[in-house]
Design a binder for this molecule. Structure first.
Ligand SMILES: [Zn+2]
Ligand SMILES: [Zn+2]
Length: 307
């Protein structure tokens, strides 16, 4: 069991052939999610091996063009593809107004139900089988939200040897205990699941943090994440410029990962000005060694700690 990420765009500002603007696809157990949808996201999807038909929900961090300009086109193409099941889109306040305009001007007439969710406060914004997505406010030039996909923890491993020692007959009672239910044996003894199960196995947490200056809420978002995807518009040393523009450097991203006790860091949202990314990665690794940098169409797999 694992989660796959595919970066569809890793640049900031404007799309370039070498680096498209922000979008990250997350694939989990047959369901596809997008975090941001910059221009040409749908073209990048066709270059990946992801199926747009598997899309369940799209999460928008904020209304800067490099994060949302690809959305009307993608939704239009899903209609042309004859999608008939609902799609959820989560974003900041103003999302409903935007879609109303698109509808009134006949730019977008989706042939399927689009569920729009405006984020107004921190907390759970979307739930599915075995996971939830939480939103955290970021500090940027406009209202912005970071998102974390958090899997439910699973029951601990079933200890067959211990169950036999306790005289539990194999069969349906094993299944009940495994699901976390208390069972009563024929001799009247009551067995609690904790007697035969190991400790609960935590699910994965993937945090998506862009665009922002370093802030406490970004740390909450990144807290204990198995993987933190963090914006890194500028290289280390450019903190003053970055913060003045509402952004972070690779050093800021690494400090966030370190302080929040994340396990792994991926840098994205790189200014198109920079062609050589060595200083980004080297600077970040001095603070947080388990750092990588995203490139367009790069794939990353996050494995569960206890499969
Ligand atoms: Zn941006
Ligand atoms: Zn922005």
């Amino acid at each position: 069991m694992s989660i796959q990420l595919v970066f569809l765009g890793t640049g900031s500002g404007k799309p370039m052939p070498r680096r498209n603007v922000s979008s990250m696809a997350l694939f989990r157990e047959g369901e596809l999610f997008l975090f941001d949808c910059g221009e040409a996201t749908q073209i990048q999807l066709t270059r990946s091996d992801l199926r747009p038909g598997a899309l369940e929900a799209i999460f928008l961090s904020h209304f800067h063009g490099d994060h949302v300009n690809g959305l009307p086109g993608l939704v239009g193409s899903l209609t042309l593809n004859r999608r008939d099941r609902p799609l959820t889109i989560v974003g900041p306040r103003g999302l409903k107004k935007w879609f109303k305009c698109l509808h009134e001007l006949h730019i977008l007439r989706p042939g399927f139900q689009v569920k729009l969710i405006e984020v107004t406060k921190a907390g759970t914004v979307f739930e599915g089988e075995g996971y939830r997505v939480e939103a955290y406010p970021l500090e940027h030039r406009v209202p912005a939200w970071g998102y974390a996909m958090i899997e439910d923890s699973r029951p601990g491993r079933f200890d067959v040897g211990r169950a036999r020692e306790l005289g539990i007959p194999s069969g349906p009672l094993f299944g009940e205990l495994q699901k976390g239910s208390t069972v009563t044996l024929d001799d009247g003894r009551v067995i609690e699941p904790s007697q035969v199960l190991g400790p609960p196995r935590p699910g994965l947490k993937i945090a998506y943090c862009t665009d922002t200056i370093p802030c406490g809420s970004a740390l909450d978002l990144a807290r204990d994440a198995d993987l933190l995807v963090h914006e890194s518009t500028y290289p280390p040393g450019e903190e003053e410029l970055a913060h003045a523009r509402g952004h972070s450097t690779a050093k800021d991203a690494a400090q966030c990962a370190l302080k929040a006790n994340a396990r792994r860091l991926i840098l994205t949202h790189i200014s198109q000005k920079y062609l050589q990314l060595d200083e980004f990665i080297d600077g970040a690794r001095q603070i947080f060694p388990n750092t990588e940098i995203a490139r367009d169409l790069a794939k990353f797999t996050v494995e569960r700690r206890d499969k």
